[in-house]
Design a protein around this ligand. Structure first.
Ligand code: TAP
Length: 443
């Protein structure tokens, strides 16, 4: 049910009900032998507080702030896994087997990295934290990883007189690693990191499931871990990035300093009026709409569908070109357009869309920027160089709707706006679309 927008809501409810049953089952069916639960007050109290905070946050969050929230919740999962390891280490450290110690340590390290990394990702997505790099950062990250491995091996071998101190050291280093590996990642590459952190949380949970010999927890963790890993690999492919570089936090933002941030000297651009835009689209054979983050901000998906219908009724062939990382979360544009009942058959994926642009009369870009930036193909100094983009510039004419000349998420200028076949149609996407529909209908 979760793989289709039409049934996803129901799928989520089924998952939530399943989770509820799992919690009740844990509380009432699995009483630990010899030590039955006695602290129901604390358990129920924590559940009530968590449920209230979670529900209020989910009800209040704007669709465009969803990725931040996903990051925050993912970090909480990592923190839970790390806490379980800490509690279990203190509780049964004396008679732990090597295998138990390994899953305790793995749960804590991976959970700690996921928690700290997700908090930094949350800060970056909400614009509160900027990219930070220092020279030798990758080596430093690798050294931290190596020290964590050595300290972990010491604890497992029992060659240490101060296991608790070393355990705390490993925790501190894991949190440090989480911060340092996400901090330098450049804007456009954040989606890959988020899905990797999601996968980490799953693996950390699976470690706890292994520790408790709890098959449900193990299966759930492995499911999240492997789904996150597959998504990460797909995202890496979509962004043309290597998984190795993602893991040591060595891609994206670091290259921004090479001179690709927005500059004042951007050349000149052409503006187009609403009437002219309406006219070229109405009398075109083929129009391709490219939705982006700005369409979601403006909540203009319904107006967009209206425009599509009025163009269709004038005999225009209208399609949508969907970039895999347009917006701020995987599948953002698909979900947004599905909300407005746009047919899935009209959505073209990146490769299919790129084949169609040269035979397209007009491309209408609605609040997209990074995903249509030619620098990804022709400027090796650009932080998004190598990322596959929608080759909109191949169309006869390109109309770009946004509110200003400000850059998109990656913070870099876009030469597309200055090409001879491009023209800017400034304004809020919803407002502009409504006016375009009125113009087209009155022609
Ligand atoms: P962006 O490059 O972020 O560009 C969005 C553009 O929308 C901005 O340039 C902005 O320009 C415009 N805009 C904002 N509000 C608007 C409004 N009300 N009406 C009209 N335009 C508006 O978006 P994109 O092309 O969709 O690319 C997505 C970026 O986010 C990529 O860099 C991607 O890597 C990153 N990212 C993606 C994800 C996932 S998984 N999808 C997650 C995190 C980050 P003005 O301010 O001038 O209007």
């Amino acid at each position: 049910m979760l793989s289709n927008p039409a049934t996803a809501r129901k799928g989520n409810l089924v998952s939530a009900a399943g989770m509820g049953i799992a919690i009740l089952g844990t509380l009432f069916l699995y009483q630990p032998v010899g030590a039955p639960f006695h602290n129901y007050g604390w358990i129920v109290g924590a559940m009530v507080i968590g449920t209230v905070i979670g529900s209020l946050a989910a009800l209040k969050v704007k669709m465009t702030e969803m990725p931040e929230m996903v990051s925050l919740f993912n970090g909480m999962g990592g923190l839970c896994a790390a806490l379980i390891s800490m509690v279990e280490f203190g509780r049964i450290a004396q008679d732990n087997t090597a295998m138990h110690l390994l899953s305790i340590l793995a749960g804590m390290v991976i959970g700690g990295v996921s928690f700290a990394g997700s908090m930094i990702a949350y800060g970056k997505l909400s614009g509160k934290i900027k990219d930070h790099t220092f020279s030798g950062q990758h080596i430093f990250n690798l050294v931290i990883l190596f020290v964590i491995l050595v300290l972990g091996a010491l604890i497992i071998h029992g060659d240490t007189g101060a296991p608790v101190l070393i355990f705390c050291g490993i925790l501190a280093l894991s949190l440090c690693y989480g911060v340092l590996f996400v901090l330098p990642i450049g804007g456009a590459d954040m989606p890959v990191v988020i899905s990797l952190l999601n996968s980490f949380t799953g693996v950390a949970t699976a470690c706890a499931g292994f520790l408790y010999n709890n098959q449900v927890m193990l299966t759930g963790g492995i499911l999240v871990g492997s789904a996150g890993a597959i998504l990460t690999i797909l995202m890496c492919k979509a962004m043309n990035r290597s998984i190795k570089n993602v893991l040591i936090g060595s891609f994206g933002g670091a290259k921004v300093a090479a001179g690709s941030t927005a500059t004042d000297d951007q050349g000149t651009y052409r503006e187009i009026s609403l009437i002219d835009s309406a006219m070229v689209m109405k009398y075109a054979h083929k129009v391709m709409i490219v939705p982006g983050y700005g369409l979601a901000v403006a909540q203009a998906q319904h107006a967009c569908h209206e425009l599509e219908k009025s163009l269709r009724s004038s005999g225009v062939d209208v399609k949508y070109a969907i970039h895999p990382v347009a917006g701020r979360m995987p599948g953002h544009m698909n979900v947004l357009l599905a909300e407005a009942d746009v047919s899935y058959d009209d959505l073209l994926e990146l490769e299919a869309a790129n084949e169609e642009f040269s035979s397209t009369d007009v491309v209408l870009i609605l609040g997209a920027n990074d995903v249509v930036n030619p620098a990804a193909e022709n400027d090796p100094s650009s932080p998004i160089y190598g990322m596959p983009v929608l080759q909109v510039w191949k169309a006869k004419s390109v109309i770009i709707n946004k509110r200003s000349m400000r850059p998109g998420y990656a913070g870099i200028e876009n030469q597309l706006f200055f090409l001879p076949n491009s023209s800017m149609l400034f304004g809020d996407a919803k407002d502009v679309l409504q006016k375009l529909i009125t113009e087209i209908k009155s022609m």
